[in-house]
Design a protein. Sequence first.
Length: 456
Amino acid sequence: MSRLFGTDGVRGLANGLLTAELALQLAQAAAVVLGHDRNTTGKRPRAVVARDPRASGEFLAAAVEAGLSSSGIDVYDAGVLPTPAAAYLVADLNADFGVMISASHNPAPDNGIKFFARGGQKLPDDVEDAIEVQLAKEPFRPVGGEVGRIQRFSDAEDRYIVHLLGTLPHRLDGLKVVLDCAHGAASGCSPQVFKDAGANVIVIGAEPDGLNINEGVGSTHLGPLKRAVLDHGADLGVAHDGDADRCLAVDHEGNEVDGDQIMAILAVALKDAGKLKDDVLVATVMSNLGLKLALRDAGISLRETGVGDRYVLEEMRNGSYSLGGEQSGHVIFADYATTGDGVLTGLQIAAQVALTGRPLKELSTVMTKLPQVLINVKGVDRTRVKGDAVVAQAVSVAEAELGDTGRVLLRPSGTEPVVRVMVEAADHETAQGVAERLAQVVRTELALELVPESSG
């Protein structure tokens, strides 16, 4: 049987892979592994449960809460809230663990179940494996007064908003901000916290009906936000995804400001304030070379990790670093959060505009994005990409040609016979040419061998 947990919890088509039965069983298994086995207080374990507004989240949350309470866990139902809010509330309530039901930026038919350990921390692989092992065992079924109780976490959103407001280095009075909430989990709290911080707020994508999450809006569809910023003459726009763990921005002229640019702005601001631990930023190998060059000029070191926010978090924890993230807009402030938080990130970017009096377009010039070309080479043996001498030689030649003004990255897909060839250069034409040349070498050298048909 293949592993049930993926890179971000258990995710799939709701009522397809992800059924109410599976949700209940996962909750029962987590109750043992994250609750009873780790609880040393002598009191009944507690869990926070939250979800995004997908229609399927209603029955999945009911199944999760039934599984937890039937296994002797007291449940605090936080309702519709962002993923980072769920993580924060686990720590704030001093709960034993938390459950978030969301499929992030995926379309409405999908859903997912993600667990947070005590303190709102993401689970390491071995703990996820333990939950999968527990799935095959008989559930823990207390009776009478030992069953868990379910109660509404009535002040969950207020706690999260107060927490966010407490992170601000400067109020947002006088700023006009457009928020695109992706018809998702931030539709209630993000507009409220920006208003409480003093901003003049225009809101789009904040009418979730259970089926329209991420549909043509949010961080994966920036067109509506760009138009709204221009139409309203706003200072900036902020776009969330469905569960609001990421954020992209738009400046007053409608230009996109991606995760790399956001991290550059915030890293420099934190360094200037003496709050950037060891003057280090953590980002993945997919971040633009322009980020590394900008940080070098600012006296900041870049620690690179594999692709995925879990690897960024791991490196941040290992070095106790204060800031990290991904080009996609997952930005992690270790002083305030245990996971990427799109609302927090949007507030911090807006606060820098207010604090400096400089428009976002000017702030984003701290880094120059180099042209980046990505080619997916299909039908090749991805396992050989790191050991093939001809491919290695072609990469060396390309790197020598690009020098300090470019970068080459060959990355095998984790699941498909695909090698991703990424090239950055000082101009798009050079990047395209080098990428196509390398892609052809990969295509020729790593081609899958066809097994000849039997002649009978």
